[in-house]
Design a binder for this molecule. Structure first.
Ligand SMILES: C=C1C[C@]23C[C@@]1(O)CC[C@H]2[C@@]12CC[C@H](O)[C@@](C)(C(=O)O1)[C@H]2[C@@H]3C(=O)O
Ligand SMILES: O=C(O)CCC(=O)C(=O)O
Ligand SMILES: [Fe+2]
Length: 353
């Protein structure tokens, strides 16, 4: 249940005129099983990954190797957690003191964004996860072995992190980098600042119009790897600003290029603007692994990506600086804008002043 105070639904609802977005006609797709085979499959997959990251900043992953029974157990445990009484879920609420971690309902981040969503956000650094104080994360679906929800999520994260690293290696190969482990190492580092988010979008009440589940934004990290149940709702913005709906596919994962990867590739890969709209009679449950670098990691174009005479698009900064700045913004803000070098030609700048 998403608990709303009076007037808050109006803030989440979109104008009734807003029509459903048309479906993305051809979702770029990469089959990791094919990439693992011989016959040039790997090189072809690396090229397809790079193309998708340049064009959309988004693609679908099939043949991922994450066991279907694990996916089913995690999905059932997530549904069981969100079905707990509100006061039980609140025990896993963010501990305060500015931490974004824990359970929250409809408030996304600390700057006033609201969505038709409740969620759990967990830190999942590669060296092992910190437990949430007081969190009732032992909810297990009836009949399942009583292993804690947190243990199950850790098992899920381990499997998804492995797959994410394969995808990051393909990205590095597609970029033509000599060091094909350069991206994966950032997410595998013991102090990698990675997170897992479990989102639950309850079926929408009997009111006309679509609701914003999760407002439009780009993800600040390097990469986001998303899986949802069979309920649609995810939309992405194409280069020309058109919004398209991504058809649900519970057997696949979806990859978003994040802001940090846009910077590491000096803008060659684009972080994708996306959102979740709720117009379904069925709940949507999604899990997103956000692969982030260590806090002290410098975000600068990867070696080999700046050809001689090439211009850097962003100034020097660390992931810690970027994240601190990002978390001061609202969802829809252009977070990278503050970190770009001014590329306005001097004549145009003079004319504008
Ligand atoms: C409004 C916000 C929520 C967010 C932090 C931010 O200030 C801007 C980025 C948001 C986002 C989007 C991707 C992830 O879901 C997230 C955990 C992240 O790292 O950046 C959220 C942040 C959040 O929910 O706290
Ligand atoms: O829940 C989803 O499907 C996507 C949510 C999202 O974009 C996020 O949590 O950053
Ligand atoms: Fe996102």
């Amino acid at each position: 249940m998403v608990v709303l105070a009076k007037g808050e639904l109006e803030q989440i609802a979109l104008p009734a005129v807003q029509r459903a977005a048309p479906p993305l006609a051809a979702v770029p797709e990469v089959d990791l099983a094919l990439a693992a085979g011989g016959d040039g499959g790997r090189a072809g997959a690396a090229r397809a990954v790079a193309r998708a990251c340049e064009e959309h900043g988004f693609f679908k992953v099939t043949g991922h190797g994450v066991p279907a029974p694990l996916l089913a157990r995690v999905e059932a445990a997530a549904a069981a957690f969100f079905a707990l009484p509100q006061q039980e879920k609140e025990k896993a609420a963010a501990p305060g003191g500015g931490s974004p971690f824990g359970y929250a309902s409809k408030r996304i981040g600390g700057n006033g964004d609201l969505g038709w969503v409740e969620y759990l956000l967990l830190g999942v650094g590669a060296a092992g996860a910190a437990a949430l104080p007081g969190a009732p994360l032992s909810a297990a679906p009836a009949g399942a072995s009583p292993c804690s929800f947190r243990d199950l999520l850790d098992e899920y994260v381990a499997a998804v992190r492995r797959m994410t690293c394969t995808v990051l290696e393909l990205m590095a190969e597609g970029l033509g980098l000599e060091d094909t482990g350069a991206l994966a190492r950032l997410v595998l580092a013991g102090d990698s600042d990675s997170m897992l988010r479990v989102n639950h979008y309850p079926p929408r009440p009997e009111e006309p119009g679509r609701l914003t589940g999760f407002g439009e934004h780009t993800d600040p990290q390097i990469i986001s790897v998303l899986r949802s149940n069979d309920t649609a709702g995810l939309e992405i913005s194409l280069r020309d600003g058109t919004w398209v709906a991504v058809p649900a596919d519970a057997d696949s994962f979806f990859v978003n290029v994040g802001d940090a990867l846009q910077v590491l590739t000096n803008g060659r890969f684009r972080s994708v603007r996306h959102r979740v709209m709720v117009s379904s009679a069925r709940p949507r449950v999604s899990l997103i692994f956000f692969g982030g670098p260590p806090p002290r990691q410098r975000l600068a174009p990867l070696p080999g990506l700046l050809r001689e005479g090439g211009r850097r698009r962003y100034r020097d900064f660390t992931w810690r600086e970027y994240k601190t700045s990002a978390y001061r913004t609202r969802l829809a803000d252009n977070r990278l804008g503050n970190f770009e070098f001014d590329t306005t030609p001097p004549a145009a700048a003079a004319a504008a002043s």
